[in-house]
Design a protein around this ligand. Structure first.
Ligand code: 13P
Ligand code: 13P
Ligand code: MG
Ligand code: MG
Length: 361
């Protein structure tokens, strides 16, 4: 069995929350290279905006203490570099000083998947900055449940039965499974509220794993705003799963997500190539990159920078237009997040300060 673990953290960036420093990328690459042939089979290090992304393959399964410790050690070493260079938010996503066996709940985002390699196994790794894990909900629904996006659901008999979505409620800490197409409407009733209900896994009806996402919500773990939980996702394609083209097609339509500027604004989710994975305008707009690999006996063959393509120029241009429209709202909703979402950020502090000033009407 092959495991893919994508573990990410913002350990400090420059300038401000724009991007990861090359010295950090170098350090992380070097540390993972050393572990290759030993603990891990292969690795690839990259960044999306200010988030350091570790892509690893190995044979130890999900939640392996050795793999999580390796990632944690990389983040600690890279935090030291960030501190030396006085980068912004050094160690931002590391909520604890001591590793306790699993990075989940300690700040980093984790998407892992274990599978038996098929004769040929294309895997896409999606990584985002300035948004929240629920941002994947819309896209996963389009990929695995919408025949207008994925004709394979109609044309390929292997997909005819549909898919099972595991949805997590991150507020009440519970999970549920929905079968599509039969329960599409029930599924949408939940996942249309992506700040609370997150798709964690997607399986084919026969149990084949198709997608896995990070569902960590930093502010819910830390109890205060400490940066957004910029998410990652691993998706398999082809041969009875949506084709690679069907998997990236939903990103050709502009969608508005939460997490821009101070984690408190809505903005367009812009698909970009690696060279543009730097958050600039108003600390954004929210960005997503996608690296495509073939998995060969645990080796990562690739990557291909999937959104570095003129075919995505038009959606980027539309995203820029939406960014102008939302920015014109200044501090008003719907650019600013709803009150409910702001509850997890700064509003309670303002509310506390003003308690005595409010009078009954
Ligand atoms: P598979 O059935 O092998 O996934 O091929 C479908 C395809 O690639 C169409 O674009
Ligand atoms: P990050 O969550 O990407 O660190 O961004 C925080 C922020 O406040 C950007 O404006
Ligand atoms: Mg940051
Ligand atoms: Mg970030």
């Amino acid at each position: 069995m092959t495991t893919i673990s994508v573990i990410k953290a913002d350990v400090g960036s420059f300038p401000g929350h724009s991007r990861v420093h090359p010295a950090i990328l170098e350090k992380a690459t070097e540390m993972l290279r050393k572990a290759e042939g030993n603990l891990i089979t292969d690795s690839f290090v990259t960044h999306c905006g200010d988030d350091l992304e570790l892509i690893m393959t190995h044979t130890h399964g999900e939640d392996d203490p050795g793999i999580h410790k390796l990632a944690w050690d990389v983040f600690i070493e890279c935090t030291a570099i960030a501190k030396d260079l006085k980068l912004y938010g050094a160690g931002q996503d590391l909520l604890s000083d001591a590793f306790s066996g699993n990075v989940k709940g300690m700040g980093p985002g984790v998407a892992e998947m274990v599978f038996e390699e098929r004769a040929s196994d294309p895997v896409l790794v999606f990584m985002a900055d300035k948004t929240e894990p629920g941002a994947w909900n819309y896209y996963l629904y389009k990929m695995f449940a919408d025949p207008f996006n994925t004709p394979g659901l109609v044309i390929d008999p292997a997909m005819h039965e549909g898919f099972v979505f595991e949805v997590h409620d991150v507020i009440d800490k519970r999970k549920v499974h929905f079968s599509t197409p039969e329960e599409s409407h029930k599924l949408l009733a939940y996942i249309g509220a992506p700040s609370r209900y997150l798709i964690k896994y997607v399986y084919r009806k026969d149990g084949l794993i198709a997608a896995s996402t990070s569902t960590q919500r930093l502010n819910l773990i830390a109890g205060r705003y400490v940066g957004k939980d910029d998410p990652v996702m691993v998706v398999r394609g082809q041969s009875g799963l949506p084709s690679v083209g069907e998997l990236i097609e939903p990103f050709a339509t502009p969608v508005i997500v939460a997490g821009w500027m101070r984690g408190s604004h809505h903005g367009p989710f812009m698909p970009v190539g690696l060279c543009d994975a730097n958050c600039t305008r108003f600390d954004g707009p929210p960005r997503v990159i996608c690296l495509g690999f073939q998995i060969c006996n645990g080796k990562l063959i690739g990557p291909v920078d999937m959104f570095d393509d003129p075919a995505y120029d038009r959606v980027r241009s539309k995203c820029n237009e939406i960014a102008d429209i939302l920015r014109a709202h200044g501090p008003f909703e719907p650019h600013r997040l709803s009150l409910e979402e702001m509850e997890y950020t700064t509003l309670p502090i303002v509310e506390k300060e003003l308690t005595d000033r409010w009078e009954p009407i």
